[in-house]
Design a protein around this ligand. Structure first.
Ligand SMILES: C[S@@+](CC[C@H](N)C(=O)[O-])C[C@H]1O[C@@H](n2cnc3c(N)ncnc32)[C@H](O)[C@@H]1O
Ligand code: SF4
Length: 457
């Protein structure tokens, strides 16, 4: 059972560590030239796989909770100009890449990629297929809003080689969806799921908790419904309320947001239901995968990785080359983010330059901290010796760089959150809920900055 007292004890503002260093550290001194050099160098760095991310920012209607980089438009001209720029950007970056490297993952994110016509998606997929080495094992995934999905569209996606469809369900409760201005699914989720399954394609579900009208009981009903449909993977996102960045979210305050206590109850109940079902393994705190899914197997073998697009296995992992406005590339030792301004993006790409707005180049020490943090966050475990061998260094060096000491870890050991056996850190089942706190102990930069973070849980 989840110990709510411990969760409350450790609930304090910390980075989410979806990247290290976090995106808030990116700066404008990292330029388009730096990006070009980083891409060229990345051909000789690890991992060898190429992961492509395509950002499609367009949505037909604004969901009031939305925290993504979106543009609410149905303007055909703007969309067509954007897609032309996207193709130019792909061709430009491809010139700097060693195209013998295999593409291990292609991810279409948004916005609403399925707001594009199947022909528009197909046009870009054709360019990718003729440019890169896409293999049968390449994971090709797309985030879809079920409000704009039908069986013909799915057929077209299967034809193009998509083998993972992510459905943004958010909640099965129609009242909740209406309150947040989320259009209802075009076809029942059951019908979509069965159809995707029949084609041997993976299906993921996204949910959010913490929205107006949701209670512990209603969200439990939603999770129960999901469990009956058995998606391969499922995510429960904690609603991030940031009205100072996304003013449209203010409307949700008026509709009445659940209290922090209610939100915690939704999270813990959903987590417990998923684990108790016996069908799923918890991947981190809010991702779940069927026990036979490659992600669960990778977790069992301590071989799970992650990037901004989510979790991946040793087979699907790659350095991420991201395309489109606001998209973030994640290379061996650097991050690079494109401008969030659509006109600026299209103009820069059309003038033959990358559209980089900011980025970050990691030092040798930061590369090590990143590996240590990723290992613990993904695999709930850190074998210093094993990692030292993989990074071609020694344990003393790893510990010195992360300022590790057993004394620092003692409070977590005393609270039953961490076990240290033969110099290996093992996060316990309860410790998963305080993973950000444990990881933060190994982040020497954390206390030197003055950044603000959301609470750890
Ligand atoms: C980038 S969206 C793309 C998917 C697609 N636009 C859709 O809504 O179905 C990916 C997921 O982010 C989540 N999301 C969006 N806004 C959020 C917020 N403010 N807090 C937490 N999760 C959010 C939603 O669950 C959504 O499915
Ligand atoms: S469809 Fe997705 S990206 Fe678009 S507004 Fe809604 S949540 Fe945001």
């Amino acid at each position: 059972m989840i110990d709510k007292k411990l969760i409350e004890k450790y609930d304090k503002p910390l980075p989410r560590y979806t990247s290290y260093p976090p995106a808030t550290s990116f700066h404008a001194e990292y330029t388009a030239d730096d990006y070009k050099k980083s891409v060229q160098l990345s051909n000789h760095q690890a991992p060898q796989g190429i992961s492509l991310y395509l950002h499609i920012p367009f949505c037909p209607r604004l969901c009031l909770y939305c925290g993504c980089t979106t543009l609410i438009t149905r303007q055909d001209i703007m969309i067509a100009n954007y897609l032309e720029a996207l193709k130019k950007e792909i061709s430009m970056v491809a010139e700097w890449l060693d195209l013998a490297r295999p593409v291990t993952q292609i991810h279409w994110g948004g916005g609403t990629p399925n707001a594009l016509s199947a022909a528009q998606v197909g046009d870009i997929m054709a360019l990718i297929h003729t440019t890169f080495k896409v293999e049968a094992a390449t994971e090709i995934a797309i985030e879809c809003n079920p409000a704009h999905l039908n069986l013909e569209y799915l057929d077209a996606l299967f034809e193009m080689g998509f083998n993972r469809i992510s459905l943004g369900i958010q909640d099965f409760n129609e009242e909740v969806l209406n309150t947040v201005h989320r259009d209802l699914p075009n076809l029942p989720i059951n019908t979509l799921t069965q159809y995707i399954r029949q084609h041997s394609v993976g299906v993921n579900y996204d949910f959010i908790y913490g929205l107006p009208g949701q209670t512990e009981a209603t969200f439990a009903q939603t999770i129960q419904q999901a469990l009956e449909l058995k998606p391969d993977r499922l995510v429960t996102f904690s609603y991030a309320h940031v009205p100072w960045v996304k003013p449209h979210q203010n409307t949700l305050e008026k509709a009445g947001l659940p209290s922090a206590e209610e939100k915690l109850a939704m999270f813990t109940t959903a987590y417990q239901m998923m684990v108790d079902s016996g069908d799923y393994m918890a991947i981190g705190l809010d991702h779940f995968a069927l026990k036979q899914d490659p992600l669960s197997r990778a977790l069992s073998n301590h071989q799970l990785h992650r990037n901004f697009q989510g979790y991946c296995t040793r087979e699907t992992t790659g350095q991420v080359y991201a395309f489109g406005m606001s998209a973030i590339s994640q290379l061996f030792d650097s991050y690079a983010q494109n401008t969030k301004n659509i006109k600026g993006y299209i103009d820069l790409i059309n003038s033959g330059q990358p559209a980089i707005d900011k980025g970050y180049h990691l030092t040798t020490d930061e590369l090590i901290i990143k590996e240590v943090i990723t290992e613990l966050m993904c695999n709930n475990r850190l074998d210093w010796q094993e990692l030292a061998i993989r990074l071609k260094t020694d344990v003393a060096q790893l510990k010195a760089i992360t300022q590790y000491s057993e004394e620092k870890m003692q409070p977590y050991v005393n609270d039953g959150l961490l076990l240290i056996i033969n110099d290996t850190l093992n996060i316990t089942e309860s410790g998963r809920f305080t993973i950000r706190n444990i990881v933060a102990e190994l982040d020497p930069k954390l206390n030197s900055g003055n950044q603000r973070f959301s609470k750890s849980i």
